[in-house]
Design a protein. Structure first.
Length: 244
């Protein structure tokens, strides 16, 4: 039954799309925009912008389409303008046959918060740096450093490591904090337990994380992770654990 409903739904959408191909070109010139509807993707996970923010920006940027004829609305230019909003990753704008213009917003997705003596910002899923928001705080690991970190370092070495952690089903819920001392030594703090995980650097992080996974899944399952205060993964093929 469910499969039949899915097939029926697909057929209806296909017919609607075909009709729009033939109907919209012939009627678009005579249709005026009567309103704008905004859809925020992933609004349950990220709340950097809301519908009112987008509508206010469209007014201030002189791209409010209300009252304009469809033929005079430049969708590509509108999408480019909306994408300039700091927390927006992209926008798709399209016209409905009834006069309603639809704006689909894709928000930027932070994977790490960076806090140094002179910096407080996010690193997003595409390697871009973004300012923090007063309206919403993302639940992501925090990188703390005793020194200011260069944008190049953040967008290359740190991004590659943070993105790996973010997309790994085991590491994502495990890592709470990354710490870089004045000499560049890298450590991690897990969400469970009080131990420090020493990486030394992010070089060879994939092998280091593989050893950490094996340790948690095999070693700690037998002796308990709360018996150790430090896990050192600095050296190849080793995971040196220091007892409390």
């Amino acid at each position: 039954m469910r499969k039949k409903l899915q097939i029926a739904g697909f057929c209806i959408l296909s017919i609607y799309a075909i009709v729009m191909v033939f109907v919209m070109p012939s009627t678009a010139g005579s249709v005026c925009c009567t309103g704008t509807t905004v859809i925020i993707d992933d609004s349950t996970d990220y709340r950097f912008v809301n519908k009112m923010d987008i509508l206010k920006y469209m007014n201030s940027a002189n791209i409010n389409p209300n009252g304009l004829s469809y033929k005079n609305i430049n969708l590509h230019e509108m999408e480019k303008k909306i994408a300039e909003i700091p927390f927006v990753n992209g926008a798709q704008c399209y016209k409905s046959p009834g006069g309603l213009l639809c704006v689909d917003i894709n928000q930027r997705k932070p994977i790490l918060r960076i806090k140094t003596p002179t910096q407080d910002l996010y690193l997003d899923s595409e390697g871009g740096l973004m300012n923090i928001s007063t309206a919403f705080s993302a639940y992501v690991p925090v990188l703390l450093s005793e020194k200011t970190l260069s944008k190049k370092y953040l967008k290359t070495d740190i991004y590659e490591f943070a993105n790996y952690v973010y997309n790994d089903k085991f590491l994502n819920p495990l890592v709470e904090q990354i710490y870089i001392d004045i000499n560049g030594k890298v450590e991690m703090v897990p969400r469970i337990g009080s131990q420090i995980i020493v990486l030394g650097s992010t070089d060879g992080y994939q092998k280091k994380m593989a050893r950490l996974k094996k340790l948690y899944e095999s070693g700690f399952s037998k002796v308990g992770w709360n018996k150790y205060k430090k896990i050192d993964l600095t050296y190849d093929n080793q995971a040196v654990c220091t007892r409390n």
